[in-house]
Design a protein around this ligand. Structure first.
Ligand code: ADP
Ligand code: MG
Length: 699
């Protein structure tokens, strides 16, 4: 049993370590930098770097690396050793303040969406002192932001930090309006719940689709899926439990607050949730968590799949982004308190989120768009591609009383009677939950449920922070003009107006139902099913203006991001199509042909014994498979052509991505349908890949 408090954060150069190791003056200067967001003096940086290096070497590190989050979505690192030669032919271990605060990786091979030509490949990484350095695999990792020589941002972290600043500024204005003169800072907080699948490494290794694409491209339905609901919260199997234990320990060592673990809905699917933190730390930690999840799996003979839809027919994996705002003394601004009707400040923040979500459905939908996640959102599975919000009965009633100028009667907390003497009765929550809502208020935070399991959460949180800050700015502009004694009346009028204009976004019913799709259309809500549908909206006039106004992205940066995301989409589908073709031609076709031959031999043998025999069952099966195979070969041909034609699509990347969706992806789907039908009729021994049954139930 590990001593958890002792191992927690042992690989992190955290506040306690800094306090212990840094000279008092340096520690204070660094703290000030972190808290006030000021840039770091080089003389201070030198002392910090020295101390960091000594600590890292004591803990087994030989290298350092700036650790950043380029547009690939995963983290990047380039390791330099601490060694520096001495005249006597030996080395000493060195690390300077300059190396700590700035790096210059050759950036030409990171996606930049045309911002940076390869001849000016210089990129800069700059230390983000608000995120602690840590040791991973013998290297001191320094969390950094990443930008180009000409200053355009090339990463996911910088806009997030910017958006947190913007929200801080606007939220403070609202607090001041309500008489709070003491709060120094408002941070956004995030707790991302991470879903994942575990499969056996040996099984994984025999499937090209999993190796190249992270998801299965073929596979007939197994006799059992998730219909019995027997996996969700079920007892965790020994092997999985051992994995989860080691994962927790590893994460704790990195100072990550891993808290909850359980089985998810689909077989072989699980979830891990940390305790929430500020958005930038939560983002770094989630990136690190995903990397550690994969690595620990290897040690258990398992593979951790973070793809949003590894298997057809069972649930895919998402990432629930729990979001709120908190003051520097940890007051949660989305806490309704005992009497929300009288908590006007809370209601103003709530109204701001409602308007933000309604006005920027496109951006929120876009923040969760990816080739992988397109298989979940809107594709008959949770959650739908339509944005809506759930507030719960109590808040609905509160808001409706404001809207209708009615008196609101506080609901008394109900007592839950268990009617069993041994069980205690308990106080019920004032509202139930809605599991199907993509943007649900869950007591004192919003849970944005659209994100895909593999997503970097930076993009979604940059957007949530920016759109909420934008509305808060409007609110503050209006309320600052009002006399202090009239604030409550003015704020209520503002809330009322906001509700009138934006209540169409609130929906408490079943978001998975077909009626909702119709109802949403009636309400004029967007229903953008795929990345090619939504991504071009990134650079709409509204959005260019929004991001420009708050200094999050310039138009050039926005256009480049949009291009990178669409390019990435095309590349992923291209790889999937090539993989599907490879499997179809080299493995599936020969396997089915061999089985047909086997059947033909049987038929011939029977005929040679009895030439007059009329029905031979094998002959029926042989004909069926021969038909399927010839259909399969035609589908191969269609996909082959679509892949070639995709490359020739003219008119820009938006058109090309649409072509990939409508033609390449569609052709893959058709190819798969025939393959799955053949698999269902084939000898298991001759089928070239482990079945869905084996994949989902082998651990
Ligand atoms: P569920 O699975 O029922 O949605 P969990 O307890 O698994 O809920 O996850 C809730 C997540 O929300 C946790 O990561 C938790 O730390 C996070 N959370 C709680 N309060 C806040 C908050 N104020 N801001 C951001 N995240 C929060
Ligand atoms: Mg949740």
């Amino acid at each position: 049993m590990p001593n958890v408090p002792e191992i927690f954060g042992c690989r992190v150069f955290n506040d306690a370590t800094m306090k212990e190791r840094l000279p008092k003056g340096t520690y204070k200067a660094l703290k000030k930098t972190i808290e006030d967001g000021k840039s770091l003096d080089l003389s201070v940086a030198n002392v910090v770097a020295h101390s960091m290096k000594e600590w890292a070497i004591e803990n087994g590190a030989t290298h350092f690396t700036h650790w950043f989050q380029p547009m690939t979505g995963i983290t990047a690192e380039k390791h330099d050793s601490f060694i520096s030669p001495t005249p006597d032919g030996k080395v000493i271990m060195e690390f300077s303040g300059k190396e700590l605060i700035k790096g210059e990786p050759d950036a030409s091979s990171f996606p930049s969406g045309g911002i940076r030509a390869t001849f000016e490949a210089r990129g800069y990484t700059a230390w983000d002192p608000s995120s602690y350095a840590f040791i991973k695999d013998g290297s001191l990792c320094i969390p950094t932001a990443f930008c180009s020589y000409t200053g355009e941002i090339l990463d996911k972290k910088t806009p997030l930090l910017r958006s947190m600043e913007v929200l801080n500024t606007q939220a403070l204005r609202i607090l001041r309006i309500f008489g709070d003169e003491t709060t120094k800072r408002v941070d956004t907080t995030v707790g991302p719940e991470q879903e994942y699948f575990l499969v056996d490494k040996k099984v994984f290794d025999s499937r090209k689709d999993l190796i190249y694409c992270g998801r299965t491209l073929f596979g007939a339905r197994p006799p059992k899926g998730q219909e019995l609901d027997d996996h969700y919260f079920g007892t965790i199997k020994t092997r999985v439990s051992a994995y989860m234990k080691e994962l927790d320990e590893e994460l704790w060592k990195y100072g990550i607050l891993a808290k909850t673990k359980h089985n998810e809905v689909a077989p072989a699917q699980h979830e891990l949730a940390p305790i929430f933190d500020t958005s930038n730390i939560a983002t770094d930690h989630n990136q690190l968590t995903m990397a550690v999840m994969k690595r620990v799996a290897e040690r258990h003979g398992l593979v951790c799949l973070l793809h949003e839809k590894p298997f057809a027919g069972v649930n895919g994996s998402g990432k629930h982004n729990n979001w709120s705002m908190s003051t520097n003394d940890r007051k949660n601004l989305l806490d309704p308190s005992k009497n929300p009707r009288e908590n006007t400040q809370f209601l103003v923040f709530l109204a701001a989120v409602i308007r933000a979500v309604d006005e920027h459905q496109d951006l929120l939908r876009l923040s969760a768009a990816s080739a992988g996640n397109d298989h979940r959102l809107g594709a008959n599975e949770a959650p739908p591609a339509i944005l809506s919000m759930y507030l719960g009965d109590e808040l609905e009633a509160v808001l409706s009383s404001i809207e209708k100028d009615e008196v609101y009667k506080n609901k008394d907390a109900a007592i839950m009677k268990t009617n069993a003497n041994v069980l205690p009765n308990f106080v019920k929550d004032t509202s139930d939950r809605n599991r199907t809502s993509p943007f649900a208020f869950t007591g004192n935070k919003f849970e944005f449920r659209m994100l895909g399991s593999a997503d970097n959460i930076a993009c979604a949180n940059t957007i949530i922070n920016t759109i909420v800050a934008d509305v808060l700015q409007d609110f503050a502009d209006e309320l600052e003009k009002v006399d202090k004694k009239d604030i409550k009346t003015a704020a209520e009028a503002l809330i009322k107006k906001t509700l009138e204009e934006h209540k169409r976004i609130i929906f408490n019913g079943d978001n998975y139902s077909a009626e909702w799709v119709k109802e949403a259309e009636r309400r004029g809500l967007l229903n953008l099913r795929s990345l090619p549908d939504v991504m071009p909206m990134y650079v709409s006039e509204k959005n260019v203006k929004l991001f420009g106004k708050h200094g999050i992205y310039t138009e050039v940066e926005l256009r480049s991001r949009c291009e990178i995301l669409m390019e990435n989409y095309c590349k992923i589908i291209n790889i999937e199509a090539l993989t599907a073709l490879d499997m179809a031609k080299k493995d599936i076709t020969p396997a089915v042909a061999a089985y047909i031959r086997e059947l033909a031999e049987t038929v011939n043998l029977v005929k040679s014994v009895d030439a007059d025999i009329i029905t031979i069952p094998e002959s029926e099966l042989m004909k069926k498979l021969a038909n399927l195979l010839s259909c399969f070969l035609k589908k191969i041909d269609i996909l082959d052509k679509a892949v070639v034609q995709a490359k020739e699509v003219e008119g820009g990347i938006a058109k090309m991505s649409m072509y990939y969706k409508d033609n390449v992806l569609a052709a893959m789907q058709e190819l798969r349908a025939v393959a799955d039908e053949m698999e269902s009729n084939m000898s298991a021994k001759l089928w070239p890949y482990p079945s869905y049954g084996t994949l989902l139930f082998s651990v």
